[in-house]
Design a protein around this ligand. Sequence first.
Ligand code: FAD
Length: 476
Amino acid sequence: MNNAPTSFAIIGGGISGLSAAWYLKKLCPEAQVTVFESSDKTGGVLQTASVGDFLIEQAADMFVARPDAALQLCRALGIEAELLTTKPVEERAFIGLGDELHPVPKGLSMMVPTLEQPILETALLTDAGKQRYLAEDKIPRVEIDGDESLKSFAVRRFGIEAYEKIIQPMVSGIYTADPEKLSMRATMKRFVDMEKTHGSLIAGTASSREDQAARGARYDLFRAPQGGIGQLVESLTDALAKFPNTNISTNSRVSSIAQSGQQWTVDFIRNSQSGNSQSFDGLIVATGAAAASKMLAGIDGQLSQLLIGIETASSAIVALGLKKNQLKKPFDGFGIIYPHIDGGQVIAISFSSNKFAGRCGDDELLIRVFIGGALQSELVDLDDEALFEIALAQLDKSVGLEGQPIFKRVFRWRNCMPQYHLGHVERVEQIESLVKAHTNFALAGNSYHGVGIPACVESGKNAALSVLGEKSPGNS
Ligand SMILES: Cc1cc2nc3c(=O)[nH]c(=O)nc-3n(C[C@H](O)[C@H](O)[C@H](O)COP(=O)(O)OP(=O)(O)OC[C@H]3O[C@@H](n4cnc5c(N)ncnc54)[C@H](O)[C@@H]3O)c2cc1C
């Protein structure tokens, strides 16, 4: 134990890296912790901006309370009482197809219809499509050897129509993914297991108390800090700054790392000045996989190759501020998702101020239009005016728009959404077994075990446990 590590570097000051720092200090208060963040602020993609009385989320606008890693962190930071739940509204999400908006049928547990009536009543599907969707429990189970894509799985179980009009847009809204490449095992393993154990997802969902309780009720698990998601980052950063021996070094881009015996040396460019170097007993790399791959190229070529194979997608968010009376049709839902077969360029429109209180004035609306994703990544490179045009045209088509917005802003997220493609689980297993061969070293971030904020917090916690030589329940 006399070789126990006491100084740690964390590369990346997003929620994963900050969570790693938090748990390192909680588990080992005497540890010396330095977080290197290349930009001028912490939070990574989690950023909140203000324009007048509009509180605009630049990327994520909420986290789920189950799994509860993010909720627990908020509790530990003393901001749990400031978490908002969603506003009560009758119909929360809509599917935009052609000129029509259809409510998402009630009772969907992700892709599984747990109630018959809403499927029979929706105008989204033809009669044949409805019958096929609801007949999933009559479709024989198929033993698939290895991984399967979302598209293959969903079409096989529920038919092409339900896949194209309901399942594809719902899943794209979450993973911004190409469903022909998205790994079921990496993203929705419980449905794969259900087919194996119950023969059908409808039967499996009916026998699961959790799924019964969750019938379309995931919205009840949504949480957002009153001050926006940036409040979580700010509280965490402030709490870390109060710990002794903790340094959050912004404007510090790590250019290379080296391993020598039990020591890790980090070279970094601080405030545009190169030539800085510092050594540590332990290292956590909490950047995206591509940046981690680059840093590790000279240390472990095989690990670096596996990391670079984790692809990413890009998207743009157009934030719009409006007066409520600028909408021709009043709309109190949380949002609209658009199937790829509709042929448009918008993935989804989120009505942020309908979801959470305090996002703008009472007579105003805050709207975010999502463009791009894995199926149309190139759209992120359009100029601002072209993106505004796409966003405003889709909004006008769906709910009718009069006049110009009070403000409009574009936020681009290039290569920020990791894609869990076929074989992801095996790739991550290989990555983790190679990581174990390096002393006091761990990876954290959204590239491995989940993209949501709770999964990122958990990845930071597991990385802290790992470099301290303690067992973590999930990943290494
Ligand atoms: C548009 C969008 C919407 C989303 N919406 C939601 C949502 O509503 N709810 C939800 O739960 N999740 C959502 N997510 C997912 C979630 O926000 C992210 O997965 C999560 O915030 C990623 O955190 P991270 O710390 O792993 O990575 P990042 O936030 O990417 O942080 C990595 C950090 O590493 C730094 N860095 C990189 N290279 C270096 C280097 N060489 N030296 C020093 N620093 C470096 C970067 O500057 C960055 O700050 C969304 C994601 C996007 C892109």
